[in-house]
Ligand binder design. Sequence first.
Ligand code: RIB
Ligand code: CA
Length: 336
Amino acid sequence: MARKIIIDCDPGIDDSLAIMLALSMPDQIELLGITIAAGNSPVEMGYQNALKVLDFMGRLDVPVFMGADRPLRREFINALDTHGSDGLGESFLPETDPAKYVRQERSALEFMAETLRREPASLIALGPMTNIAMLAQKHPDAFDNIEELVSMGGSFRSHGNCSPVAEYNYWCDPDAASIVYEEMDRRKRLISMVGLDVTRRIVLTPDLLAYFKRLDHRIGGFIEKITGFYLDFHWEWEHLIGCVINDPLAVACFADKDLCRGFTSYVQIETGGISIGQSVVDSMHFYRHSPNALVMTEVDTLAFFRLFFSSLLGVDKSELDLLPQLIRTDSRTIDD
Ligand code: RIB
Ligand code: CA
């Protein structure tokens, strides 16, 4: 039975790959809608980018809703330096024809609140959690109805990507992230934190891209088009041949619980000072506080790419015989 989800995101190159993956797993995932927050891209750009991806996938039936255009308190700092001036790797895809979709009147918050009041659904957060924090504050009954909350964000032992200690989604809106973790704590519930410790092991390399294109030139060509800028960015900043595709791992981790492993812990988000945005993971139980998060620390990289390729290509995993030799599964990651 497919599980109903809402994806809250900031497309964004890896957000786009995550949306593509979610749409390619109809047996596991029913995507009820996409809500947009300001993050990688300004919110209108993120909205248009989500439509471009849905159009490519032939799924403009999936509704997209505009959300917060800035963080709760902090000045908005986008990540277009990483995702390109169009937020999609400077692929400069044409804007989606307005005649092909319905521009939703409801806001992201209204859609989330009405949907979750109607039926339990899971929430996969792939950007700054501004919309989700506002849901918790203004519609706590709807927030209660979130079946599972998965967040791509934070880091435990891995270094940050916006500061020595902070990951972008939680750094961009630390107040929202803090509220969400506190709200989960108040409810004695666990948020799945799919952070940099595991996403940094998900590196889309030129070899993997070449393999993808050999198997399906159309989809592989699209992924190549939107990730080229991202590959350049990773070479310039991390001397990495490949690009870390964070967000699809959060979707995969939701769909296949064997992909990632971790531990439960109490987590707080720093909202000021030099460590702003840091996810402070109390792995040693100093605060004697019950856990509010499942912190992911290990991932089966090969299993992820088998799922990613087989879902997007619509082929059986057994047909992907070249994958094992293309995946870097050694212990060394870009962390080392
Ligand atoms: O730090 C990586 C995260 O921030 C990803 O979700 C990326 O899309 C950006 O939103
Ligand atoms: Ca994102």
